[in-house]
Design a protein around this ligand. Structure first.
Ligand code: URP
Ligand code: ZN
Ligand code: ZN
Length: 469
């Protein structure tokens, strides 16, 4: 007897779409078979009836989506972004996610990186409604950071994020440590992610812009122009080549950076590029609006030329992952900087709308296939970050993490209908379709007919593996 049988849907994998039914037992996918074959014990790998049947007629059945880049309860000055670990994971689940990866940032350098990760875990525990992990994010430019690498990998955290900027906020690791971490991880099959922006350029430009009074949002994309990102991408790709490592570029935005990724991949280097929902849907015109300050995020929103280049990069396989880079500040928090970008918290809320945004602008508009959507929102994040095929797959023995999408369901976005306490959305007023209808996390319903029905604390830390090299 199965716990759940999902029938009559179209199972979408990164390779193809199939008229398959899916059966779940004890939190795992127990059987996958052609439509009708899993009922009444008449076929599939294990026959039998189910305690509960989900009729997925007209719907798309995908491996549970994974957002590998969210910031929950993220500090800024003397406060934090609006979400807590419950509300952010509820929002993620309602957006079709069954796993999120956040960051254990070493804000307090009196704790080493391992202790920072343990503290982050205890913040999630008891509150997360879906599975989670985090990238280890060191801020100390010394041997201490390098020595922590094997300990984090052993603890099931085989991915790191190093900031190449934000030296003034005490977040940056210098190039000496970055290169050593690339070498250490290369030996072990772990992955180094970077926030790639040239720190000196960021500081110099910002100081000059402030002196001239150019500190309102419309100058922000000029202050952090494409070169600021592309120079850092160029440098870290070179370091990674020398180290023989595995490099992940968080939030790639500039067409010049993309060209560097193409070259690196062409040379056979292990470089994975991610972009984010907002760089695919929005452009820098947002900074000219009255609410331009809301859209301050790093790197900045770019031109239409960059936006289309990113879609092309996804189509051609040079960009492998789309994350939300969710960071949920309210409009009031955004205004606390007095409308000046250097004093404004960076980041946009977006975890709940990644799926419909990519579906509407990508699949519906013919830019990418539905299989590519599954690849960039689920399969590749699982593979790159050491969770595949436990996650990111609909296959016997995989976790029963399943997202059922209603391609016909349309909504005009309004923050009031979303679950993050951030009281605005970058996509407010846009009509989106392709929302999650049903979300199953390890065999338990967390979303039914678009409404949250999960349990606080049901989410677990995912112990991740180093990827095969
Ligand atoms: O602007 C961005 N990406 N904000 C996310 C949080 C951070 O400060 O890294
Ligand atoms: Zn970043
Ligand atoms: Zn981020």
């Amino acid at each position: 007897m199965y716990d759940i049988l999902i029938k009559n849907g179209t199972v979408v994998t990164h390779e193809a779409s199939f008229d398959w039914d899916v059966a779940i037992r004890d939190g795992k996918t127990a059987a996958v078979g052609v439509r009708g074959s899993l009922e009444g014990g008449s076929g599939g790998s294990c026959g039998g009836a189910a305690k509960e049947v989900v009729d997925a007629s007209g719907k798309l059945v995908m491996p549970g989506l994974i957002d590998p880049h969210v910031h929950i309860h993220h500090p800024f000055k003397d406060g934090f972004s609006a979400d807590d670990f419950y509300s952010a994971t509820v929002a993620a689940a309602c957006g079709g996610d069954t796993t999120v990866l956040d960051f254990a940032i070493q804000w307090d350098q009196s704790f080493d990186l391992s202790a920072t990760a343990q503290n982050r875990n205890s913040q999630f525990e008891g509150d997360a409604v879906i599975d989670y992990s985090f990238h280890a994010c060191p801020t100390v430019s010394s041997m201490e950071t390098v020595e922590q690498v094997p300990r984090l990998i052993e603890a099931g955290i085989p991915s790191f994020k190093l900031y190449m900027t934000y030296s003034r906020q005490g977040r940056m690791c210098d190039d000496g440590v970055l290169y050593e971490v690339l070498k250490q991880t290369a030996q072990r099959g772990a992955v180094v992610g970077v926030h790639a922006e040239n720190d000196a350029m960021c500081m110099f430009n910002s100081d000059q812009f402030v002196k001239k009074g150019w500190d309102v949002p419309r100058y922000f994309p000029l202050c952090k122009g494409n070169l600021v990102e592309a120079e850092a991408v160029n440098r870290v790709i070179y370091m990674n080549r020398e180290a023989g490592g595995s490099l992940y570029l968080f939030h790639l935005t500039a067409r010049q950076s993309l060209a560097l990724v193409k070259e690196a991949k062409g040379r056979g280097e292990n470089v994975t590029a991610e972009t984010c929902t907002h760089y695919l849907l929005l452009n820098s015109d947002r900074y000219d609006r009255e609410d331009g300050v809301n859209f301050i995020c790093s790197p900045p929103l770019r031109s239409e030329e960059d936006r289309e280049a990113l879609w092309k990069g996804i189509r051609e396989g040079f960009i492998s992952v789309v994350s939300s880079d969710h960071c949920g500040f309210t409009a009031e928090m955004k205004r606390r900087g007095g409308g000046r970008f250097p004093a404004t918290p960076n980041g946009l809320p977006g975890v709940e709308l990644r799926l419909p945004a990519v579906y509407t602008e990508g699949v519906k508009k013919g830019r990418i296939s539905i299989n590519k959507l599954v690849e960039i929102l689920s399969v590749n994040p699982a593979k790159v970050f050491g969770m595949y095929p436990q996650k990111g797959a609909i296959a016997c023995g995989s976790d029963a993490d399943i997202t059922i999408v209603d391609p016909a369901k349309k909504k005009v976005v309004s923050a009031a209908g979303l679950h993050s306490p951030a009281d605005w959305s970058p996509y407010d007023g846009m009509e989106l379709c392709g929302f999650a209808d049903t979300v199953i996390s390890k065999g338990k319903f967390v979303v039914r007919e678009g409404s949250f029905c999960g349990c606080r604390g049901a989410g677990r830390f995912v112990k991740r593996m180093c990827s095969e090299r």
